[in-house]
Design a protein. Structure first.
Length: 208
């Protein structure tokens, strides 16, 4: 049974771009943890059984692996204990950067969206059925490092304390002082709009 999170198990072109994506996410203050790269049909069958014949929630509708099986996909989460999957804005921001580089995002799927999932499918031209027939997509072009300003403007979070609107500053300061928000140690907190509103409400209720 193969269930890997190593970038070295990806196809070389996808691995190179995944490494560039992780570097760009770090530059933007996004704390990304890779949770899966390569998996085989045996592990996929186990995932399919989850929520059906095995305990847990249903996490996939596919009985056999496709993009993960070909080393063309990665799954990620937020590298903050207890908040790995809690912030939708985190996944949107990673997706903005990844899609700019050429990856497709599972969060865009109309049926069974998969926010942690990124794959190289040649901009939607390749399907799972082609992969099962052993027909692989062309090499993924190597991305040139550096995210254009117009792409950075799409990112939906307040990166540092000074970026936070005045109406949310007091609540965020309290969280920083109490170490409820730790950030990356470089002053980056990446606070989403949704999280900021929750913090402000809690502050007004005296719960912070």
């Amino acid at each position: 049974m193969i269930n890997s999170r190593k970038l070295s198990d990806l196809r070389a072109d996808v691995r190179a771009n995944a490494e560039l994506l992780l570097a760009e996410c770090e530059r933007q203050g996004l704390r990304v943890l890779v949770t899966q790269t390569l998996r085989d049909d045996e592990y996929q069958a186990r995932l399919y059984a989850q929520g059906r014949t095995l305990p847990g929630q249903i996490v996939t509708n596919s009985k056999v692996t496709t993009f993960h099986g070909a080393g063309l996909a990665i799954d990620v989460c937020q590298n903050i204990k207890g908040q790995e999957y809690s912030d939708p804005a985190f996944f949107r921001n990673v997706a903005i950067l990844a899609k700019h580089m050429g990856f497709s995002w599972g969060g865009d799927w109309k049926t069974f969206p998969d926010r942690p999932h990124l794959q190289w499918d040649d901009h939607g031209r390749w399907s799972g059925s082609l992969l099962r027939a052993k027909i692989l997509p062309p090499m993924m072009p190597l991305y040139k490092p550096g995210t254009p300003k117009e792409v950075e403007k799409e990112l939906v979070y307040y990166k540092t304390l000074k970026d936070v609107p005045e109406w949310g500053q007091a609540a965020v300061r309290k969280c920083i002082l109490s170490k409820a928000l730790t950030g990356d140690g470089k002053g980056n907190y990446n606070i989403s709009e949704d999280l900021l509103r929750v913090l402000v409400i809690l502050d007004r209720m005296g719960k912070l």
